[in-house]
Design a protein around this ligand. Structure first.
Ligand code: ADP
Ligand code: ASP
Ligand code: MG
Length: 403
């Protein structure tokens, strides 16, 4: 008998028929004698729909009220799924975030789960009930409803697994597991049977939305093994766990991409010590995350161009801060938000020389210009023009033997 956390994402509970199908999966688990805690997302598209509603009132809709609004999506799924289980003669009950409670720290829309009360739910599991709890949310010290970031039901599932000391944490979704790249974009993508926390963290941070990065980070920190699998097939999924259990025959495990970035160039900025600090200090104070930075060689020894990337949503705020910054002098600031970041990730890169060169050669063979580069031990990212994205992913997928 195991204590299991089963998390079902938005597509998995996207229609009434799908909710009824999920209820059958849960029934099987429970009938096998397992204690089951279920974490659910809002029905597919619901959270976006609620955001659109708030935008119709104001683009600066009150943050507290936005969290109240957005958390309602998961509440709907909880009740429908509990009802479906009860209809199958399974003892089941939904809990709202404040009824548990799920305690969070931090700002609205970006809170973090810090604890949960386990007593009532553990008792309910002992009494052979299935507990259904809402992902993506909690309640703050002040008693306000909070949400924990988009895709946050994954993080709820991992937190529940940790706090309830579960034996397994299974992430049910609309694909068979974690693939070498997005299987909905590149059909030859291959399912990965096992992947390390580090690699999964890089892949998800770089755009593979199959797992939310902060969920992977928590799982890694507390060594909670995860399994990503399909709601709609019986196929074996992907195990995510610590590195010792994995054997690396390939230098690259996966290719990720995102369209969240934009590139900003400051042309003709003075070339002397302290300028970079003067540029980036106010950005960091304004919580703007700068990712890649490139400084061109100064041809006249006096001025240079500095290019860097920020999140696309931060472009205008960044430009405004730069314009108001009287510690820097420059000729012009330009930006390009039609760019994409393509990354290769693999723990095997550490021991394989030549990966960097092969990536650059492959892109040049496709006539793709590299606009910026960043590397870490197990990843290599490049910024390219957005319209080259599919060509780049396909090529990299092929040359690193992932097809
Ligand atoms: P859920 O609603 O179940 O949380 P998401 O939509 O958040 O599901 O994540 C699943 C989606 O992630 C898939 O449908 C797929 O298009 C996308 N995806 C992106 N990269 C990958 C990858 N490397 N492996 C699997 N899926 C990926
Ligand atoms: N419903 C939330 C979202 O769409 C949380 C989740 O699905 O994980 O972001
Ligand atoms: Mg998700």
């Amino acid at each position: 008998m195991f204590k299991k956390v089963l998390k079902f994402g938005g597509t998995s509970v996207g229609t009434i028929e799908r909710i009824q199908h999920v209820a059958k999966i849960i029934k099987n688990e429970q009938s096998s004698g397992n204690k089951v805690i279920v974490v659910v997302s809002a029905m597919a598209g619901k959270t976006n729909e609620l955001i659109d509603l708030s935008n119709k009132i104001s683009s600066e809709f009150n943050k507290r009220e936005l969290d109240v609004l957005l958390s309602s999506g998961e509440q709907v799924t909880c009740a429908l799924l509990s009802g479906a289980l009860i209809d199958l003669k399974i003892k089941a009950k939904s809990w709202l975030n404040w009824q548990i409670p799920i305690l969070t720290n931090g700002d609205h829309a970006n809170a973090r789960i810090v604890n949960m009360n386990v007593e009532k739910i553990n008792k309910y599991l002992e009494d052979k009930g299935v507990a259904i709890i809402p992902g993506f949310q909690g309640i703050s010290k002040n008693g306000d409803v909070t949400t924990i970031g988009r895709g946050g039901s994954d993080a709820t599932a991992v937190a529940v697994a940790k706090i309830f000391n579960a034996d397994t944490c299974e992430i049910y979704t609309d694909v068979d597991g974690v693939f070498s790249t997005d299987p909905n974009k590149i059909p030859v993508a291959k399912k990965i049977d096992k992947i390390s926390y580090d690699e999964m963290l890089e892949l998800s941070s770089l755009g593979a939305k199959v797992m939310q990065p902060s969920a992977v980070q928590t799982a890694m920190m507390y060594d909670i093994p995860l399994e990503v699998r399909s709601t709609f097939t019986e196929r074996k999924g992907t195990k995510i766990f610590s590195q010792e259990n994995i054997d690396y025959t390939k230098s690259v495990t996966g290719v990720a991409y995102s369209k969240d970035d934009a590139k900003i160039t400051i042309i003709g900025v003075q070339d002397r010590p302290g300028i970079a600090a003067n540029i980036f200090e106010p950005l960091s104070k304004a919580q703007i995350n700068v990712d890649m930075v490139i400084q061109n060689i100064s041809s006249d020894q006096k001025t240079t161009d500095i290019t860097f990337t920020v999140k696309r949503d931060d472009v205008f705020k960044t430009k405004e801060i730069l314009r108001k910054n009287n510690k820097i002098k420059y000729n012009e600031i330009i930006h390009n938000d039609k760019v994409a970041k393509v990354s290769i990730v693999g723990a095997g890169m550490v021991s394989t020389p030549g990966v960097t060169y092969r990536m650059f050669r492959a892109l040049s063979d496709e006539n793709i210009n590299i606009l910026a580069i960043s590397t870490s031990e197990i990843k290599l990212s490049v910024i390219i023009n957005e319209n080259n994205i599919l060509k780049a992913i396909k090529k990299l997928h092929t040359i690193f033997d992932l097809d």
